[in-house]
Design a protein around this ligand. Structure first.
Ligand code: CP
Length: 316
């Protein structure tokens, strides 16, 4: 059924440039649908999708659910906190029981890196990774890439700085894979202990100087300090982090060129980004959220839709 190079959507490490281009093109088609008075198409009528969230989410969970409903799929939602996992049921039994209800596609977020790949071995559904621990968050990177494409027209040669807690960030890794494939240049910027060793092997540059990164970049993607994955002590204090790596209007207004500011959310206002930046005219944060619905419709349609139907729409 998939018109991409893979049956599943586990990570942008495996995706091809053509896959990413197709997802952006089809994403624009669905963005137009979201502007119509009746924001719904019959593309996934009769397809059953389960959203399995083993970890908290606002944007990704609601965005997938809305995307599925806009495509007329039938949707069930699973939340680990109110499930029989709490009675001792295993992950394998949980997903195999859900799959037995004739599920065509599973969207899963899980705190363990590699869990979506593991799921492909337990069930015969199309699997979409909605974030697996600190590994990948490919649908977030797709909405980031679509937002940059929309703003700049092309990603070839575009300079994108990813700023903050790279070590714990699945968003950073998926963006690195995707942006490189699309011909963008990537710089990572953050405190030395929040940037993984050998990350330059992924064809990125590294700076620990925020002003250098801001001077260089056309766009920045500001990452959340993930205090829940850090244990204690990786940032000495919020005030010190903001002083060296916080995105403030003062820093942005000192730049020669106007740059675009993205953030995947949720934000720590006053830590990695100030409120007046998040709500100012550099930021495209809420545009990213809308593109998230469109590009997730695109991913679902390209993996689960009728192949002939998709090709016919692509030609239009
Ligand atoms: N960007 C993102 O993944 O947000 P949620 O955790 O709210 O889904």
């Amino acid at each position: 059924m998939s018109i991409l190079s893979t049956k599943h959507f586990i990570g942008l490490e495996e995706a091809t440039k053509k896959d990413i281009e197709t997802l952006i093109d089809v994403g624009y088609m669905f963005k137009e649908v979201l502007d119509r008075p009746i924001k719904k198409v019959p593309s996934l009528t009769g397809i059953n999708i389960a959203n399995l969230f083993f970890e908290n989410s606002t944007r990704t969970k609601l965005s997938f659910e809305l995307a599925e409903k806009r495509l007329s799929a039938d949707v069930i939602n699973f939340s680990a906190s109110s499930s029989s996992l709490n009675k001792g049921e295993t992950f394998k039994d949980t997903v195999q029981n859900i799959h037995a209800m004739k599920i065509d596609g599973i969207v899963m977020r899980h705190p363990t890196p590699g869990s979506c790949l593991q799921l492909t071995k337990y069930v015969d559904s199309v699997i979409i990774n909605a974030g697996d621990g600190s590994h990948e968050h490919p649908t977030q990177a797709m909405l980031d890439i679509m937002s940059l494409h929309e703003k700049f027209g092309s990603l070839s040669g575009l300079k994108v700085a990813i700023i903050g807690d790279i070590l714990h960030s699945r968003v950073a890794l998926s963006n690195i894979y995707g942006l490189n494939k699309m011909g963008a240049e990537v710089m990572l910027c953050g405190p030395a202990h929040l940037i993984p060793p050998f990350i330059e092997d992924l064809d990125v540059s590294v700076s620990h100087d925020l002003n250098e990164a801001l001077d260089w970049a056309d766009a920045i993607n500001v990452l959340r300090i993930q205090r829940e994955r850090m244990g204690i002590g990786l940032i000495p204090s919020v005030r010190e982090y903001r002083k060296f790596f916080g995105i403030t209007n003062k820093r942005l207004s000192a730049l020669k060129n106007k740059i675009i500011v993205m953030h995947p959310g949720p934000m720590n206002r006053g830590v990695e980004i100030d409120s007046d930046v998040a709500e100012g005219d550099h930021a495209i944060i809420l545009d990213q959220v809308l593109n998230g619905v469109a590009v997730r419709m695109s991913i679902l349609y390209c993996l689960l839709g009728n192949e002939k139907d998709i090709k016919k729409n692509e030609k239009k």
